[in-house]
Structure formats: C-alpha cells, structure tokens
Design a protein around this ligand. Structure first.
Ligand code: ATP
Ligand code: MG
Length: 398
C-alpha cells in the first residue's frame, strides 16, 4: 500500500489542445475538493512537468517525452496528464503508447459509471456500471508492423510460407503485416489486478472478453490463462460444471463469478443487458473498442476518466484526445480529467475529497449547466464554458 504525506507532490502534464482548457480547471476543482474535505490539513503540491507539443520549446531533443518528465512520473509514483500531441519527427509513433511502454503501465483502467441527467443513446443508462481492465502492453497494439511492399514484408512472407508452412490464405506482397503477441504472464498480471479490484470493491463478477473462437492461441489463450489464474491464485471453482467459475470474496463472503464473453457478442450484450456485467478484463484492442463504446453509453469521451497502472506507478489521464477544433476556446468538457483526478484521490486514500468531487459532478449535471458536448444532446440545457463548469462544480461542493 501507498504511504501518502499530507502534502504530496503530484506531477501533472497540462497537455496539448484542450489540455490548456481542462487541466487548469481540474486543478482548481480538485484543490477545492481537498480543501472542502480536509480544511487545509491536506493539500496537493502540483508540479508541472512537460510532454507533447508544449515540451518541445523547453527541451531541444524534440521527442515530446523528456527524460525529466519520465523520471518525475516514475519517482513521484502518482501523476496526472491531459491529452498529448505527438510531435512529427520526434521519433515516437504515439506519446501515449511510448509512455505506457517505457513505464510498463500494463493496466488501462476505465470505470464506466452513469451520472443522472447525462444524455445517453440508451434507454436505461443507469444500468451501466462497469470497470474495464484493458491490457495495455501487448496484442496487435504493441506496434510490431511492416508496411506493404517493403523488404521486411517480403522477408516475413518468405519465412511464413517456406519455414512455417503457412498456406491456403491470401498472402500477396501487397500485404501489410502485424504481429499479435499475447503472453501468459502478460495476461495473468492483468487478470490478477482485475480480480483483486473485484475483491477490494465487492464487485459481483469479472468477465474475460476475447475473440478466442477465431484467434485460439492469442485471444483463446487469454481466456484460458484467465480462468487458470482465478483457479490457482484465488481458489475459483467451476460454476455448474464450468467453464464459468466462482470464488468467494475473502472480505465479504460473497461469490464473485468469473465468466467470459466473445467480443462481438459482448458489444451487443452491453447494450441489451449491461446490468449483467461488472468488472471486465480484456486484451488491448478489444479494450480500446469496449472502452469507447461504454463511454458513449454514459455520456461520451468528454466525461470518461481513466488511469494507466504498473505495479508501482499510477498515471491518471483524460481519455479523450487533444480536440484541436475546440482547443483554447473554453468550450471543452473538463469532466474526463476531473473524474480521472477523482480516481487519483481514491488511489491516495483521500476518499472524502473523492466523494466531494462525485457529489459535485452529480449536482452540476443535474443543474443542466453543462458544456457543449452534453448540452447539444439535452432538452433544456444551459450551455456553459469549461471554466464556468468548473465553478459550478465548486459551487456544488457547498
Ligand atoms: P487527437 O488526435 O489528439 O485524438 P481528436 O480531435 O481526435 O484529437 P478526440 O478527443 O479524439 O480528439 O475527440 C474527437 C472529438 O470529440 C473532438 O474533435 C471534439 O469535438 C470532441 N471532444 C473530445 N473531447 C472533448 C471534451 N473534453 N469536451 C468536448 N468535446 C470533446
Ligand atoms: Mg482521437
């Protein structure tokens, strides 16, 4: 467990694009929540670190990911970031992916919860209450790819057809080729975190979402390793003869069901019967789709929070991109990064401050004073700017 001083230094990356709108508002709202909860006894010492476009003025290497920033995130253990633009020619395909890989942030954690009054495309959005554990370091997302027509592709095709006897599939040299690595320890450390979370938070089930009927040795193996881990490390037993399992929560005595769902069917199920799902553990690419689909169900990326976790480091982040179309115009919804900060407060054990943020969010959305992304979908909204929404949140704290 984490030992947290009363005045922890928390590095933050403001972020590019709408980062300049949402991050300052987040800091104000979080400071207010901490003040509300602890009346000066506790306080966050924010420390700005640079990444993305904003860093390239200060750091001449132009990579967008200065060593000092990496060190701060690693050394201070808990941090928060806005969205980043990856500088062209800086050497990284994506800064977000580079950060995850360099710090081995193998869990992408996405809670999906509904705030009453949020516009939603489904009839009963309040039935959606899930926590997604997306594997963050493997899968086709690892970025091992070669472009069509390159000598590398020619070599790979040669190897596959001549040495690995891959045949009977269309495999012209005009193919782009990607590799999908999924490992046993990579899967197990992810599923372990999901089950531990379910135990600590008294959740009812953990669903392994996969496409193992088609990709047996990657996605199918993910499912098998997941069940295996549940059995070996948590004493899960087959439920009605299996393959589903159940284990007893040692804290509460309640059963936790370990089940699985095929990814395409799962995307239907979350629309039809979201109440049947709780904690979800899945591979990188599935997790990408599932996270965005579920976010839309409860109000969209403007309000969906997230975190990236390693065994030691926790980096909380806005889930949306830089949205250059509305950047710097005080239009963006700061809720995504604010609710990410709320997760951060909970991670620090500052539950009272986290609760104050949730109460404020409930009140602000119910008031109808919301940013444009939500207002345009509501019946009688009163559209406010990013800053004004932050002020509404602080007002709601009372
Ligand atoms: P990037 O290339 O960094 O991903 P993007 O334009 O794709 O940038 P996204 O975050 O993916 O940005 O957002 C797509 C669109 O959704 C934006 O153009 C914007 O209209 C809307 N959007 C995203 N985040 C927010 C937000 N916090 N508040 C309001 N609208 C948002
Ligand atoms: Mg985008």
């Amino acid at each position: 467990t984490l030992t947290v001083p009363d005045r922890p230094i928390i590095p933050f990356i403001e972020g590019d694009g709408i980062g300049i709108d949402v991050t300052p508002v987040m800091k104000k709202v979080i400071d207010a929540a901490v003040e509300k909860a602890y009346a000066g006894k506790r306080q966050i010492s924010w420390m700005e670190v640079y990444a993305g476009e904003k860093s390239t003025d200060v750091y001449p290497d132009g990579s967008g990911l200065p060593a000092e920033t990496m060190e701060a995130i690693r050394d201070y253990v808990v941090s928060i970031k806005g969205p980043l633009t990856t500088p062209v020619g800086g050497g990284f395909r994506s800064l977000n992916v580079a950060l995850r890989q360099k710090l081995d942030l193998y869990v992408c954690l996405r809670p999906v919860r509904y705030f009453t009054g949020t516009p939603s495309p489904v009839k009963h959005p309040e039935k959606t209450d899930m926590v997604i554990f997306r594997e963050n370091s493997e899968d086709i997302y690892a970025g091992i790819e070669w472009a069509a027509g390159t000598p590398e592709v020619k070599k790979v095709i040669d190897f596959l057809t001549k040495e690995m006897n891959v045949e009977n599939i269309r495999f012209p040299e005009s193919s782009g080729i990607g590799i999908k690595p999924v490992s046993e320890d990579g899967t197990k450390r992810l599923v372990r975190r999901a089950i531990e979370y379910a135990i600590a938070n008294d959740r009812e089930s953990v669903t392994l979402v996969h496409k193992g009927n088609i990709m047996k040795f990657t996605e199918g193996a993910f499912k098998n390793w997941g069940y295996e881990l549940a059995k070996e490390e948590f004493g899960a037993e087959p439920l009605d003869g299996g393959p589903w399992m159940k284990l007893k929560n040692p804290n509460t005595g309640r059963d936790i069901v370990i089940k699985d769902s095929i990814a395409d069917a799962f995307l239907q199920q979350i629309l039809l019967v979201p109440e049947e799902y709780d904690v979800v553990a899945t591979l990188n690419l599935n997790g990408d789709y599932v996270s965005d689909a579920l976010a839309a169900q409860v109000g969209g990326i403007g309000i969906a929070p997230g975190a990236n976790l390693s065994d030691t480091v926790a980096m909380f982040e806005a889930t949306h991109g830089t949205a250059p179309n509305i950047a710097g115009k005080d239009l963006a919804n700061p809720s995504s990064v604010i609710l990410s900060a709320e997760m951060m407060l909970r991670h620090l054990g500052w539950t009272e401050a986290a609760d104050a943020v949730i109460k404020a969010m409930e009140g602000a959305i119910a008031s109808g004073n919301v940013t444009g992304d939500l207002a345009r979908l509501m019946d009688k909204p009163n559209q406010v700017g990013c800053k004004a929404f932050g002020e509404e949140l602080i007002r709601q704290m009372g």
